[in-house]
Design a protein around this ligand. Sequence first.
Ligand code: SF4
Ligand code: SF4
Ligand code: F3S
Length: 346
Amino acid sequence: MSARDENLGEMLARRGFSRRALLKFSIAMTSSLALPPGLAPAMAENLAQARRQSVIWLSFQECTGCLETLLRSASPTIASLIFDFISLDYQESLMAAAGGAAELTLRQAVAANKGKYLLAIDGSVPVADGGVYSLTGGKSNVSMLQEFAPDAAAILAIGSCAAYGGIPKAYPNPTGAVGVEDVIANKPIVNIPGCPPIPEVLSGVLVYFVSFGKLPELDDKKRPLAYFGTTIHDQCYRRPFYDQGKFAKSFDDEGARQGWCLFELGCKGPTTHNACASVKWNENTSFPIESGHGCLGCSEPDFWDAPGGFYTSLAGADGPGWEAAGIAAAAGVALGAAAAFRARRK
Ligand code: SF4
Ligand code: SF4
Ligand code: F3S
């Protein structure tokens, strides 16, 4: 049997992973995806039987940061092997083919996997002036999206650019950048925002899709609820300092050295939904706040145009409502303040 014909269970066995390891992985994934623990055996069985999932990846108006982060995996975990296992049938930055050969590969992959492939997009879609600001092989990104989306089983909008327009959409948005869902309707879309997104979140979505043949539960911004259901602030290890009203006033003051809350230095954690504070980065090593910088809100729409900029506190940017919340927090009623943050977001 060629490696291409084997199922995931066979591939993992060839790489030295036992069925028991796959079950342990499935238990961890059901927890990560906020699924009932009882689903783990079914997930393990479905994964073991799974055939390669075709993924066709189109890069639009992007910086390659999303692809870079997803390729960074230090150890051969099962999650990282999922990336090996999927059939990445087209990705122009990774494939050897170029020019006409690449275009032929794309058309062949689409024809061979019609209705079944996952269409992964990184980068925003520039729609101003007929989409002339980003072309591949002479075709505009928007026309490619409209051509290849209808035959996809679902679309993965990877990174804040693909999800919401991201940095290219920042004021004054000269290219008319938008997110995928602004162009495509009537197709299952999952947004996996972040600039870049957390690789484990993408692998979680892929594992869910390969296991159950559908996208996981999404929130009102089409983000996987399991990873975007809470704010950074909800999970932040500096939260006790916020609750006690202990705020760093500058990046090099005593409060900063003591690891106090970065709210007054512009941290957008209270309004940012992402899994950074729990899943973290670089194999659970750290995340921006743990390295001493506030959250920029990179997984939220229009984060680059945050009122007042990155270093203005939410209280300062949003007026008295935020100030009142901050004072209340300092008085030790931070749970109410957090509720106020959430309420203001709605
Ligand atoms: Fe680059 Fe960020 Fe856009 Fe990804 S979301 S392509 S990392 S600018
Ligand atoms: Fe953490 Fe920022 Fe919330 Fe402070 S404001 S607790 S640093 S997320
Ligand atoms: Fe982005 Fe904030 Fe996480 S800046 S990487 S969402 S901590």
